[in-house]
Ligand binder design. Structure first.
Ligand SMILES: NC(=O)c1ccc[n+]([C@@H]2O[C@H](COP(=O)([O-])OP(=O)(O)OC[C@H]3O[C@@H](n4cnc5c(N)ncnc54)[C@H](O)[C@@H]3O)[C@@H](O)[C@H]2O)c1
Length: 258
């Protein structure tokens, strides 16, 4: 058995949303390090370009494109850009997601908020799956990874919309696994616990951190590299017979507000 080949993505093309920062950036970097050509997309072209520049400087292959996942035309352009630039799409990481952080008082949020969260967290991944799947099937290798959350299975106050949107994504993937399996495409979810990113920093206080750590057996918050390792596992041939699954990467714990 050759360990390297189990994780080798040479010749594969990966597309990552929200790749300019945090978990998305770490996912772009690890996929490129495994040999994939990586399309880094983000609402901020500047951030995407900086990740691409870093990958190329390290000897990898990458291209950056602006993509606001709220915009259907941007999603179509993203897949077209990947095909035009690197020939196909083999790996799709639906990383972009917003909401939660214990800021969803059910009596203070309105319908527009709910629609926005679902549009970014659920509708965009669904549309990208639909756009990318034919290319994956044609190329003979497809793996889709959705970044969901511990919140998809946790119950916490003021988290109903974010939590349910991530749960929808989990369930969508476990069903799509049946549709996509015969096409040679796998689809899985990575559910991070609280992971040190700019998004987490916007809600983290010393009190919240202490509360989270009290329920985290591996006594620290997550780093983006912890999550990216799981993304690589699902992207690579090592997980060739794994589909429809959700892997929580959370230090073994149950953290509210993640
Ligand atoms: N950090 C955590 O603790 C944590 C925990 C559980 C789940 N998650 C999930 O992980 C994913 C990534 O979160 P993160 O913490 O790395 O976030 P982050 O804020 O560090 O990075 C998010 C990136 O997405 C981009 N982005 C924002 N809106 C966008 C849009 N409409 N279209 C395209 N790009 C957009 C931003 O510019 C940024 O580069 C999200 O789905 C989030 O729900 C994070």
């Amino acid at each position: 058995m050759n360990i390297d080949s189990l994780f080798d993505l040479t010749g594969k093309v990966a597309v990552v949303t929200g790749g300019g920062d945090g978990i998305g950036k770490a996912s772009c970097e690890i996929l490129a390090a495994a040999g994939a050509s990586v399309i880094v997309s983000d609402i901020s072209l500047e951030k995407a370009q900086s990740v691409t520049d870093g990958i190329i400087a390290s000897g990898g292959k990458s291209a950056a494109v602006e993509c606001n996942v709220l915009n259907s035309a941007d999603l179509k352009n993203l897949i077209n850009f990947a095909v035009a630039t690197f020939g196909t799409v083999n790996i799709l990481v639906n990383n972009t997601g917003i909401g939660g952080g214990g800021r969803e008082n059910p009596f203070k949020i309105d319908r527009a908020y709910v629609e926005r969260i679902y549009a970014i967290n659920v509708f965009a991944p669904w549309q990208l799956c639909k756009l990318a799947a034919p290319h994956m099937q044609k190329s003979g290798y497809g793996s889709i990874i959705n970044i969901t959350s511990m919140s998809s299975i946790n119950n916490s106050p003021d988290m109903a919309i974010y939590g349910s949107s991530k749960a929808a994504l989990n369930h969508m993937a476990s069903n799509l696994a049946f549709d996509y399996g015969p096409m040679g495409i796998r689809i899985n979810n990575v559910g991070p616990g609280a992971t040190r990113t700019h998004a987490l920093a916007s809600v983290l206080t010393p009190e919240i951190e202490a509360r989270m750590l009290a329920h985290t057996p591996i006594h620290r918050l997550g780093e983006v590299s912890d999550i990216a390792g799981a993304v690589l596992y699902f992207a690579a041939p090592v997980s060739a017979w794994v589909s429809g699954q959700t892997l929580m990467v959370n230090g073994g714990g149950v953290q509210t507000l993640d």
